[in-house]
Design a protein around this ligand. Structure first.
Ligand SMILES: [Zn+2]
Length: 55
């Protein structure tokens, strides 16, 4: 029983990401106060990369 999704049992006990008010994705980190997807809270411009597919 030590294979695969053992650590997933702890998921949901602590929430780190809540819905972002700028991009709407659940990527806004409460502890660091910034969005992992659009950079809200860290940058005023949108966090975007060419290697990241938008679709
Ligand atoms: Zn965002």
């Amino acid at each position: 029983m030590t294979k695969g999704t053992a650590a997933h049992g702890k998921m949901g006990s602590k929430k780190t990401h809540v819905p972002c008010r700028r991009c709407g994705k659940r990527a806004y980190n409460i502890r660091t106060s910034c969005c992992a997807s659009c950079g809200y809270g860290k940058t005023t411009t949108m966090r975007t990369y060419n290697w990241a597919k938008s679709h």
